[in-house]
Ligand binder design. Sequence first.
Ligand code: ASP
Length: 345
Amino acid sequence: MKTRILLIYTGGTIGMAKDYTSDSLKPFDFENLIKHIPELSLIDSGISFTGFETPIDSSDMNPSHWVLLAEMIENNYNQYDGFVILHGTDTMAYSASALSFMLNGLQKPVIFTGSQLPVGDLRTDAKENLITSIHFASLQENGKPSVREVCIYFEYRLLRANRTTKISAENFDAFASPDYPDLGESGIHLDVRKHVLRIEDESVPFSINTNLNTDLGLMKIFPGMSREFIENMFASQTMKAMIIEAFGSGNIFSLDWFKDLLRKKASEGLLFIINTQCAGGMVEIGRYETSGIFREIGAINGFDLTTEASIAKTIHLLGQNLTQEEFKKLYETDLRGELTYLKQY
Ligand code: ASP
C-alpha cells in the first residue's frame, strides 16, 4: 500500500517570488509552489496538501503558529503515515524544536524542510530538499515508519530537530547538529542511522500539548556588559525564567553587584537556566569558580541544549504549571533526545 504523506506549507523562501514593487522576496501561494515541482507527481506516495491560509516569512512565526501546526498534525494523525512541513529557514529550528516537545507519543515522522533559494530559481535547492524529505517520511520497515520523531531535512542530511541550529545565511548546507549525529543521509540510497533514531514508548498515546508560556528572557553575556543594561534586562515583573548564555562550560564574570542581583532575583522566584555559548561541549556548573554563583542560586543546567531547543523547552515547560522543583527536574531530563547528560559537580 502507498504511504500517505501530508505536506504542510507555512511559507519561507521555498515558496517566495520577487515582488517587483518592493524589490524583495515575499511568500507566494501554494499553487505557485507546486507548479514549479512537477516531479511531485512522480513520487510513489499519496501526497495531500494543506497549510497556512496566508504563507509567512518564518521571522513572523510565533508560538501561536506552533499550536496551529500541532493541531494540523493532530487532526490528520490517523489518516497519514508522515508529515512534511515547509517552513522558512530563519526560525525553522525554533518551530521544529517546539513541535518536538508539543507532540507526545509520536510514532510517525514530522520532517521540516525549506530552501535557501526560491523554488522558481534555476539553481534552487528546494526540489531536492522537498522530494527527499517526502522520501524519508515515506520510509517504512515492517509496516511502521522508520523515522518516528521531529526532524529537519536539509542539503542531504536528516537531523534531529531539537539538536539543530541554522549556521549559514548563504550556504545550501545551512543547518548543523553540533552535539548529536545526523539521523540520516541522502546519497544514491537513503541511509537511515537506526542506532541514533529516537524510539518512543509505543504505549504512550499520541496527543498534543498546546499550553505554552512566553514569560522568559534570554541573555547572551559578553565581556564589558554594562550594569545598566543588565539591570534593565532583569527589570520585568512578569518574567518567570531567564536563560543565560554563559561562557565556555557555564562561566560568568565575578562582579559582586551582579551576584547580588542574581541572588535577589532567584529568591524572588526567577528560574535561571544556564547554557553555553559554545557550539560543542556542555555546561558543567561548578567546574570553575566563575560558575559557583549558579550552583549557589540553584540554577538549572542546560547541558548542551541549542539556544532554539532551550527557548522551546522553556516555553513548553512554563506552560505546564509546574512547581520550581518540578520545572528544574524536567528541564534537566532528556525529554525528546534534546540533551546529553554529564556528571554534575
Ligand atoms: N526569511 C526566510 C524565512 O525564514 C528565509 C528562508 O526561508 O530561508 O522565511
